[in-house]
Design a protein around this ligand. Sequence first.
Ligand code: ADP
Ligand code: MG
Length: 339
Amino acid sequence: MQKIRLLDAKTINKIAAGEVVESPKSVVKELTENAIDANAGSVTIEIKEGGISYIRITDNGTGIPKEQVKEAFLRHATSKMSQIEDLEHIFTLGFRGEALASIAAVAQVEMLTKTRDEETGTRIVIHAGEIQELEDAACREGTSITVRNLFYNVPARRKFLKKPATESGYVSDLVNKIALGHPEVAIHYINNGNTVLHTAGNNDPKTAVFYVYGKDAANSMLPISYRKGEYAVSGLIGKPEFCRANRNYENLFINGRFIKNPVVSAAVEDAYKTKLLIGKFPVFVLNLAVEPAQVDVNVHPAKLEVRFKNDDEVYEFFYNAVAKALQETVLIPKAVLEK
Ligand code: ADP
Ligand code: MG
């Protein structure tokens, strides 16, 4: 057996990066979330070759002040929390301070950023965790970050990337979800030079559904808005006849964060139960607004799963919310008839 010793910082970063950055999709997710956290009203997402050779995310958000650009790339460096108690109040999508450090550890990264108050912006180039260039640069307010050749220095990881077409499919699914969850942000998605999606950013969920799923879907959605105790849900649910053969159209967001959660899925599906054919699943875009203290989002580095404080309460809440919305749509035509 070899002697026990502490790994050097570069090795630690590379290993840790594996948890946050798995594929082009996770890079796009982290960078787009950063843009949204920076209050961007529009975000452009460009990828080439499934994002393996090229990803660029451009936003018109706050930008990073010159003197903090270097810090932003340090592991566990974040402007979003300072102590563990902050997690109980956090409404930003990020908070772990790991994304930029992780991405820069396993790719070639270039960032241009400028705040409103600054005369000139900043350009930083980092390859495999090493700063190559750091200088003043002319650029627009906001941030643009380019990630080239993902995992070029981690061959073991690069080997596990799928074909560009497959990776590109994963990115597209993610971008669709972000667009549905954030109708207030205009999302422009360009894949290999072609615009695939360009949402309005008008804060109307139905318009977002129209851009992502098309006209039929948009016309088949019913609004839902329900509040009880500490929970409030809003969004759209599909009419029972507009059901799908899988769960891919089930979109749940908690305080704007896309989440997969079996309790919520079960509650919504149960509320539809008698209205859906066997083997069919509902289409929905639901955003739960809840005190951050009610959910633990820090279960997984990619933050795709959450733990609720009280699963039973959450089940009942969603079941009632959806059952009520579905019931109302049955009642409305009747009320109209009685007029
Ligand atoms: P986290 O999002 O968890 O804070 P990141 O590594 O993703 O960690 O980002 C580190 C910090 O860099 C953020 O806390 C934020 O202050 C800053 N930052 C990153 N991306 C942007 C952006 N697009 N616009 C403005 N600030 C950004
Ligand atoms: Mg982040």
